[in-house]
Structures are given as structure tokens and as C-alpha cells.
Design a protein around this ligand. Structure first.
Ligand SMILES: [Zn+2]
Length: 349
């Protein structure tokens, strides 16, 4: 049975049951309690930042609800036909609905409603997962509210959002909220190392990822160390060559608006490491583990105050850019401040 929904996405997702979801024990416990008691609510709201497993958890919930393995109660077996179809995005009763363009539209909610009324086709429960639910238009939200007020039998609706505050409170109050937390750094580090990431680079990736699996496994993460090396090399050259070279570098980097946050985060992590090295001398605490010797050497030539000044300047620049400051001027200012801090902080012994 094909849904008449617009943009019903059936792309396979990485999902294989709750037991494979990392760093979300609390959320999983809450979901499994509902499953074990047979009292799964009609609607859930999964909240938490991008890339931490909300979607995988929703699909795992669909697996657990529909698993054909007799004794599986609180987790899908991952092997039966139903579990496999869900994992591959091919189950007719489990639909992942994403915004069609910029918004989740009323037509999409109406299609969901029409489909829900028909009941499950082959599953025990029909599951609708609405990703980026905060992108619902007002009309879509009103239509969904009606469905939530009179939920069709044997249907579970799961809303996923990074920003629950952007959803109408009338919708939020009709869902059971399950909050997903950022994955603890050591858990995420072990996970990506298990996926083949160089252990000396894993911490840099984890620090940049902000606890998101999606970010930690992204293309950007894979080239993070190279991006850092290039930036440090160019900045080092600029610091040696003088203000004109730094202004030129600022102009070049400012042109790449998308890459700017990454460059600043990389710089922040580097300065943070200089501080750690200066204050503690502990290599094992560094984020840039793969360049521990360079960190130690640079830290030796700088005072703690100079490093702190640099770090403050980077964070002030980040804050300024988030308030729409001019990127080129902000970077010029930053690099000249770093130059000032570095030259004043040199220990001339
Ligand atoms: Zn199963």
C-alpha cells in the first residue's frame, strides 16, 4: 500500500534495535518501559540536537512494536522480516516523513491522517515518524493536533525535533516527551575508533562534533585534521610575514562563509590545547593528540596570559559572527589580536 503522502522518505537508515543505539540509555529505558508494560502512548516527541540518534530510536521503536519474534518485547530482534523491512526503509506501515522543501506541509499531515485511519496493513502498529517537526506550517500543526486529539487505533506518531520550543504547546502537551542527550565524549570516541577512525585524531573529531554521532561520522569530520593543519600552517606563515599577510589570510577565509565556524572551532581547540599543555603538561588531555609535540613546543614559547588572550579573542569572534558581524573585519581583528598576544607572550629567555 503506497501512501498518498508527499515526500514520504523511505531511504534506509542506520538502525538495528535499541541495543545498538549508543549513549542514550536514559531515553531507551523510558521507551522500553512503555513497551514492557504494553502502554506505548499514541504520540511521542523526541527532542535533542541533530545527529544523536532520535531517528534511529524512532525506527527501533517501530521494530520493537512490530517484531515477529515471539519473545521480543522491548527490542526488535533485527532479524525477522518486519525488523529487516523497517531497517531498510521498506515497511509499508512505518513511514518517515520529512519536510517537503522548507516546511512540513498540511498535505503531508492530511496524507498521514488518511493513512492512519486505514490502520496497519501488515504490522501490529502503524508508525509515523515526522522528522524536523518544528518545520510544520501552522495549518499542518492544526491538522496534526486534530489527529493527536483523536488518535486512530494501533497507530504511534513520533515527532522528532531539535527545537521543541518552536512547536505549538498544544502539540507538545499531547505527546510524551523523550529527551535525547549529547553522547558522552568517551563513549563517542570509543565508537568512532571502532569504526576505523585514527585514535589520535578521534578526540579532535569528538570535540568538534558536540556529542553528535552524525557530525562525528560526517565528511567534514573525516577531513578535520587536514583542515586544521592547513589553517595552522597559513596562520603561522601570516604571523611570521606580518600584518599585511594576516589581512590577506582574513580576506581569503572570510570568503568561505560555510567553512568559517569550523576554522574557528579548530583554532579554539588548538589554543585550548596550548593552555592545557602550558598549565598541566599532560599530553593525554589534549584534543589534538596527533600533534602533541607541536602543541608542547608552541606552548613552551608562550605565556599562559598570551594563550588566554588568544582564546578569548577567538570566542569573541565566534560570538560576533553569530550576531552577523562582518566576517572579513572580524577575522582581521582576530588575527592581529593573536599576533599581539603571541609577540607579547613570547618568553624571551
Ligand atoms: Zn524482529
Amino acid at each position: 500500500m503506497e501512501s498518498m503522502g508527499l515526500s514520504v522518505n523511505r531511504q534506509p537508515s542506520t538502525v538495528n534495535g535499541f541495543r545498538n543505539l549508543i549513549g542514550q540509555a536514559r531515553a531507551v529505558r523510558l521507551l522500553q518501559r512503555g513497551l514492557a508494560t504494553g502502554r506505548t502512548p499514541h504520540a511521542y516527541l523526541f527532542t535533542g540536537r541533530e545527529g544523536i540518534g532520535k531517528r534511529a530510536a524512532a525506527l527501533s521503536l517501530a521494530q520493537a512494536l512490530n517484531c515477529q519474534q515471539g519473545d521480543a518485547v522491548d527490542d526488535g530482534c533485527g532479524a525477522c522480516q518486519s525488523c529487516r523491512k523497517i531497517a531498510r526503509g521498506l515497511h509499508p506501515d512505518v513511514q518517515l516523513i520529512e519536510p517537503a522543501g522548507a516546511t512540513l506541509k498540511i498535505e503531508q499531515v492530511r496524507a498521514l491522517e488518511a493513512d492512519a485511519v486505514l490502520g496497519p496493513y501488515e504490522a501490529k502498529r502503524k508508525v509515523f515518524i515526522l522528522d524536523n517537526a518544528e518545520k510544520m506550517t501552522e495549518q499542518a500543526a492544526n491538522a496534526l493536533l486534530k489527529t493527536l486529539e483523536e488518535p486512530p487505533g494501533r497507530t504511534v506518531i513520533v515527532l522528532l525535533t531539535t527545537t521543541p520550543s518552536a512547536l505549538p504547546s498544544t502539540i507538545v502537551s499531547r505527546c510524551q516527551t523523550v529527551s535525547f542527550s549529547a553522547i558522552p565524549p568517551e563513549t563517542l570516541e570509543a565508537f568512532i575508533v571502532g569504526r576505523g577512525v585514527d585514535p589520535t585524531r578521534a578526540r579532535l573529531i569528538v570535540s568538534w562534533s558536540g556529542g553528535s554521532i552524525g557530525r562525528a561520522l560526517s565528511q567534514e569530520a573525516a577531513s578535520l585534521a587536514e583542515a586544521r593543519d592547513l589553517l595552522l600552517e597559513e596562520l603561522g606563515r601570516g604571523l611570521r610575514d606580518g600584518p599585511a599577510a594576516l589581512i590577506e589570510l582574513a580576506e581569503k577565509l572570510a570568503k568561505d562563509r560555510e567553512g568559517l565556524p569550523l576554522n574557528l572551532e579548530v583554532l579554539s581547540a588548538w589554543l585550548r590545547d596550548l593552555m592545557v599543555a602550558k598549565a598541566s603538561g599532560r599530553q593525554e588531555w589534549l584534543v589534538n593528540l596527533d600533534r602533541g609535540e607541536d602543541v608542547a613546543r608552541q606552548a613552551e614559547g608562550l605565556t599562559l596570559d598570551a594563550i588566554l588572550d588568544g582564546l578569548r579573542a577567538v570566542h569573541a569572534t565566534m560570538a560576533g559572527l553569530s550576531r552577523n558581524a562582518n566576517p572579513r573585519l572580524s577575522l582581521e581583528d582576530l588575527f592581529l589580536q593573536i599576533r599581539g598576544a603571541a609577540s607579547s607572550g613570547l618568553l624571551r629567555v
